[in-house]
Design a protein around this ligand. Structure first.
Ligand SMILES: [Zn+2]
Length: 246
């Protein structure tokens, strides 16, 4: 791993590792043979020794922070809890698109299995992919279109989930519909990959509109963002299972 002159053998690393990993390695001084032998260390304590306390701190710090206003709006979006949770995962970049799978060493091919685009990141699945564009073009109204396809992931989500104006047909808030469409696009991507039977863009729109309307109805859910009755949640769950899951 180290060349005769004492520097890292980067050509060897490049056979196995991604360039971003190599950049990290380049920032680490190569081992010096005269010093003590390598050992495994825990990088989250100054001593290098593992401690439960430090591990807990990392886990805790990585969770949703209730004091961070940025996340709060996600939990106020009208819709089933699983959709809100999905939006939160998207914001935290935890959705396993092929790009994320490659980053985590779970796959080697970051391309989109649906359309062949060389990069399948989360924005590709939820916004930039042709079917996603077609779906959004059927539901976006007014001046939302001006920035919709150009914002980065975080701004795109935060801006839209905070847009609680009622859509023209009066059946939902934009934020509620936005969440349902995103969820449906993700399910659709998985339907294609695992079952080879994606929905058409029209079916996605109709389903998302139907559920967004259901959750907006004042008799079923409070406009302030209540989660609705357990019965409601069950109905949604069973419909998703029936339609989409293995
Ligand atoms: Zn694609």
């Amino acid at each position: 791993m180290v060349k005769e002159d004492g520097s890292w053998n980067l050509d060897l690393f490049r056979i196995w590792l991604l360039e971003e990993v190599i950049e990290v390695i380049m920032g680490i001084p190569p081992p010096i043979p005269s010093e003590e032998p390598d050992r495994i260390i825990w990088c989250h304590t100054s001593s290098g020794d593992f401690s439960i306390k430090s591990a807990y701190k990392i886990c805790k710090g990585d969770e949703w922070n209730a004091k961070d206003d940025k996340w709060k709006c996600v939990w106020k979006t009208l819709g089933p809890q699983r959709v809100r949770f999905f939006i939160w995962l998207v914001l935290k970049q935890r959705i396993l698109s092929n790009v994320e799978r490659v980053k985590r060493g779970l796959a080697v091919d970051p391309s989109c299995f649906v359309c062949g685009s060389p990069i399948e990141d989360i924005l590709h699945i939820l916004r930039n992919f042709n079917i996603a564009k077609d779906v959004w073009s059927q539901v976006i109204t007014g001046n939302r279109l001006t920035t919709f396809f150009s914002l980065n992931l975080q701004y795109w989500i935060l801006l839209n989930v905070q847009d609680t104006s009622v859509i023209p047909d009066g059946g939902s808030t934009w934020a509620g519909l936005f969440g349902m469409v995103k969820w449906r696009l993700w399910k659709n991507r998985n339907l294609f990959i695992f079952q080879g039977q994606p929905w058409s863009s029209r079916e996605i729109v109709n389903n998302a509109l139907c559920w967004a309307t259901q959750w907006y109805s004042p008799s079923r859910v409070t406009p302030s963002g209540g989660v609705g009755s357990p019965l409601e949640e069950q109905a949604f769950e069973s419909m998703i299972v029936f339609n989409t899951e293995e």
